[in-house]
Ligand binder design. Structure first.
Ligand SMILES: *[C@@H]1O[C@H](CO)[C@@H](O)[C@H](O)[C@H]1NC(C)=O
Ligand SMILES: *[C@@H]1O[C@H](CO)[C@@H](O)[C@H](O)[C@H]1NC(C)=O
Ligand SMILES: *[C@@H]1O[C@H](CO)[C@@H](O)[C@H](O)[C@H]1NC(C)=O
Length: 301
């Protein structure tokens, strides 16, 4: 083979390679994000071991929110410990903060502890509170707090054993649209729903609800001390999906001091089996150049 021929073959191959790579990048830029296609949580965290999974749960992106503030705690009396509980971190940085006196909160899992809901109402938010386990019907607790005897889940159903009425986030939002508007964003969605989070979060992600409607998400996540590594991997991958596919930025991770146990996958080492995580939706984090942000300033700055 002549030197000339070789030169041309290499040149053409290089050009084809460059074109392929750049058209793929261009394609990714112009294509809208497909939630279902990338929803593959099995693959993502398959490589994690028990310690890495726990490190990931405890990790937080500490610079992502400068003003992370707790809304509403009470003091819970445990067996060995009295500890604050019921509070949730909300990011009050100016481009993502709920607007004082003009904000919407969904609060799932009340268990007769209203401290978070009351604190958000004090901030001037309309608060919709949900709990199917309290044995009371729908009522307005105040002008700002509206209670529904409903649970959040991955599907619309009546729970077979408890007979609780369960709904998906979209179903609840559509039900409430006449009260709070058809296009209003949820400033903070709070969840403390005793393992139902693992059904509800993937559903909210797949259906686009998280991306389109939720500005901040605050969740108490739960594990069983005897959960298998497979189960822990599934939990981790659901959270990773919130952060990758969902483009949510985690700004707070804090263990619940009342929920600690000998965890099987850690060879019965004491670890937390309940953690409070909080994220904001980076899509709604307005940049300084964005004119929309002018109406969204947190009023104290
Ligand atoms: C941390 O937060 C910043 C926003 O403050 C974000 O740009 C960055 O991607 C986040 N990093 C990770 C690893 O989540
Ligand atoms: C695991 O722990 C849960 C909660 O403590 C318990 O209900 C369940 O029976 C346990 N499962 C096994 C297989 O030990
Ligand atoms: C913001 O609005 C002003 C006038 O309303 C306009 O001149 C300016 O170009 C806008 N800036 C951006 C980044 O859209």
């Amino acid at each position: 083979m002549s030197f000339h021929r070789m030169f041309w073959i290499i040149l053409v191959a290089t050009v084809i390679l460059i074109l392929t790579i750049s058209s793929w990048k261009l394609w990714r830029l112009v294509m809208p994000f497909d939630y279902t296609a990338t929803y593959n949580y099995e693959a993502q965290s398959a490589m994690l071991g028990p310690e890495e999974i726990y490190r990931y749960f405890h990790w937080t992106n500490s610079t992502s929110c400068l003003l992370s503030v707790d809304f509403g705690f009470y003091v819970a009396m445990g067996v060995h410990i009295a500890a604050p509980d019921g509070h949730k971190a909300v990011c009050l940085d100016q481009f993502i903060a709920p607007v004082y006196n003009n904000c919407l909160v969904y609060s799932f899992g009340i268990n007769n502890q209203w401290t978070f809901d009351d604190a958000m109402a004090q901030f001037g938010c309309q608060v919709y509170s949900f709990d199917p386990s309290m044995g009371v019907g729908d009522y307005d607790r105040s002008q700002q707090i509206h209670f529904y005897s409903l649970g959040l889940s991955g599907r619309d159903e009546v729970h077979p054993s408890t007979k609780w009425k369960m709904k998906t986030a979209w179903s609840i939002y559509q039900m409430l649209a006449p009260r709070h508007g058809v296009s209003t964003l949820i400033d903070v969605l709070k969840m403390d729903i005793e393992f139902y989070e693992w059904d509800a979060i993937p559903q909210m992600l797949r259906s686009g609800f998280l991306a389109d409607k939720v500005k901040q998400l605050a969740v108490e996540i739960h594990f069983n001390a005897n959960d298998t590594l497979e189960t822990f991997k599934r939990y981790a991958s659901i959270l990773q999906d919130v952060e990758s596919t969902g483009q949510f930025v985690r700004f707070s991770s804090r263990p619940n001091p009342g929920l600690k146990a000998a965890v099987s996958i850690l060879k019965d080492k004491e670890e937390y089996i309940g953690l409070e995580l909080a994220w904001y939706n980076s899509r709604f984090y307005y940049s300084i150049d964005n004119n929309q942000s002018k109406t969204r300033f947190f009023p104290y700055f």
